[in-house]
Design a protein around this ligand. Structure first.
Ligand SMILES: NC(=O)c1ccc[n+]([C@@H]2O[C@H](COP(=O)([O-])OP(=O)(O)OC[C@H]3O[C@@H](n4cnc5c(N)ncnc54)[C@H](OP(=O)(O)O)[C@@H]3O)[C@@H](O)[C@H]2O)c1
Length: 283
């Protein structure tokens, strides 16, 4: 039986989670809008993730919108897993993701997500993306106030620079940062390093580049063959090896892919393999 063998990380030094989590963006309908064709299958994926030892699930109010959070509540005991949700993006009629960091909106969405997830307070509440039309600090203060008010336990950021992380830390204890990052896309290495310095969890979103890991694929395939593994598993093993604060959240709607991704937590890369992958994906 596959099990989550990743080690643990403590959010703000308080809440231990296994470092390999699950991203619940892709259990909704097409283009992350509306219901999936088979809601029962989505419930099964979530339940199976927990059965395999995943205790940390990432979602957002804008996934569906609302659908991902609802499915999580229906499928799971939300007191038994750490659910990280987000606010700050809304979907328009064209399906675009519009930044919306207005403080009243952020607090409103905390109330909505709290109810939809069926929790007294949201485990981890992340600012989805800075809004060019709202001063960054105003949005961050709204998240800090949600924490002070007890609507949320911990605050995270997403899609931020090192400067924005530093600014946010003046207003609130930041538990996590979630930026796009994978073995073939390391543009935010400086943000990861800042997270290491402050012992902040770093969630690399797009950890598998949705299957297109570009220039690193040849080395991934080569290393994968050595472990009787897939290149996706090696991409996850590299993320876990690369830093003690990475919290990969691969997303899938498939039970087989879920098992494969969780099994990646048991792969130990040889030093030479880790170095080759690191060099192949260097910016
Ligand atoms: N903060 C942000 O702005 C932001 C943006 C995007 C995503 N996220 C979060 O990050 C999570 C992960 O990102 P992501 O879903 O975009 O990227 P990802 O995890 O890199 O890729 C997911 C895609 O890869 C496929 N896949 C997953 N495991 C596979 C495997 N073992 N073999 C082959 N294909 C596999 C999935 O298809 P199948 O369903 O067929 O397996 C899905 O299409 C999301 O769920 C979400 O929680 C955050």
């Amino acid at each position: 039986m596959v099990s989550n063998e990743s080690d643990t990380f403590e959010l703000n030094g308080e809440v231990p989670i296994h470092r390999l989590g699950y991203g619940a963006m892709r259990i909704t309908g097409e283009d992350i809008i509306g219901r999936p064709d088979d809601e029962e299958a989505a419930h099964e994926v979530l339940q199976h993730a927990v059965d395999l030892g995943v205790d940390f699930i990432d979602t957002a109010d804008s996934y569906g919108p609302g659908v991902s959070e609802r499915l999580i509540r229906e499928a799971l005991d939300t007191d038994e897993v750490v659910v990280a949700t987000k606010a700050g993006l809304l979907r328009n009629r064209e399906g675009e993701w519009l930044p919306h960091g207005d403080p009243d909106y952020i607090r409103n969405q905390a109330l909505v997500s709290r109810d939809r997830l069926g929790v007294d307070s949201i485990d981890l509440y992340q600012f989805h993306r800075p809004d060019p039309d709202t001063p960054f600090e105003d949005s961050v203060v709204a998240f800090a106030e949600c924490k002070d008010e007890g609507l949320v336990d911990h605050v995270g950021l997403s899609n931020v620079s090192v400067d924005q992380l530093e600014t946010a830390r003046d207003h609130v204890e930041v538990a996590t940062v979630q930026n796009q990052y994978n073995v073939g896309n390391r543009e935010d290495e400086a943000v990861l390093q800042a997270c290491e310095e402050y012992d902040i969890g770093f969630m690399p979103w797009f950890p598998l580049a949705a299957g297109d890991l570009g220039g690193v694929e040849e080395v991934l395939e080569d290393v994968a063959a050595n472990h009787d593994a897939t290149r996706y598993q090696i991409a996850l093993a590299w993320l876990l090896e690369h830093s003690d604060v990475t919290l990969p959240i691969p997303g899938t709607s498939s039970l087989d892919h879920l098992e494969e991704n969780v099994a990646a937590s048991g792969i130990e890369l040889e030093d030479e393999e880790y170095t080759r992958l690191t060099e192949a994906g260097a910016p």
